[in-house]
Design a protein around this ligand. Sequence first.
Ligand SMILES: CC(C)(COP(=O)(O)OP(=O)(O)OC[C@H]1O[C@@H](n2cnc3c(N)ncnc32)[C@H](O)[C@@H]1OP(=O)(O)O)[C@@H](O)C(=O)NCCC(=O)NCCS
Length: 170
Amino acid sequence: MIIKLKKLNKKLISKNYVDWMNNYEITKYLDQHNKKHTITSVTKYVEDINKSKNDFLFGIFVKKTNKYFHAGNIKLGRVNNIHKTGMISLFVGNIDFHNKNIGSTAISKICKIAKNKGLYKVYAGCHKSNIASQKAFLKNSFFKDGVQKKHATVGKKREDFIWYGLFLDK
Ligand SMILES: CC(C)(COP(=O)(O)OP(=O)(O)OC[C@H]1O[C@@H](n2cnc3c(N)ncnc32)[C@H](O)[C@@H]1OP(=O)(O)O)[C@@H](O)C(=O)NCCC(=O)NCCS
C-alpha cells in the first residue's frame, strides 16, 4: 500500500472520519471512546491542534486506483523542545485496512518528520492487549521503554500500559 501523510484541515473532515471516532472497535484503545463525536466536535479538535505549537496532526492517506483516500490519523504530540521528545499516537479508521502495513508505514513517515524537526527521541504508549499497535512500533525498531502496571482500562478491564521508544539520532 502506498500512503502519504497530509496535514488535516476542515475540508478533509468527512462523515467517515466522524464515524470512525464513534466506533468503539477503533477507539477502545484511544482516550476518545467516551464521547459522542460530530462534524463540529471533530472540526474543533483539528483546528485546535493546528493552532498548537507542540502537536502535529496528519491524515493517513492511502493510494487506491490513482486516488488517495483518508484511512486514519497519526499525531506527533507533546513535543518538548527542551528534551527534544515527542509522542506518537495513531489509528487506522477503516477496519478493512488493518494489518496491511499502513500503521507501520505511517509510523515510519512520522519518525522522519520528527527527526526533521530536530527531535532526539519519540515514544508511544500501548495497552498490553493491543498487539497490533505494539507490533507496528516494534517493526519500526522501537524498544520497550517501560511498563506502567495496571495503568489503563479497556472497557471494565484494567491492564498494563507499555511504553515504546525510538532514538532518532541514527
Ligand atoms: C494499531 C493500528 C494503528 C495498527 O495499524 P495496522 O495498519 O493494522 O498495523 P500494521 O499492519 O502495520 O501492523 C500490525 C501488525 O500486528 C499484527 N497483528 C494484528 N493483530 C494481531 C493479533 N491479534 N495477534 C498477533 N498479531 C497481530 C499484524 O499481523 C501485523 O503484523 P505483521 O505485519 O508482522 O503481520 C490499528 O490496528 C488501529 O488503528 N487500531 C485501533 C486504534 C489503536 O489501537 N491505535 C493505537 C493506540 S496506541
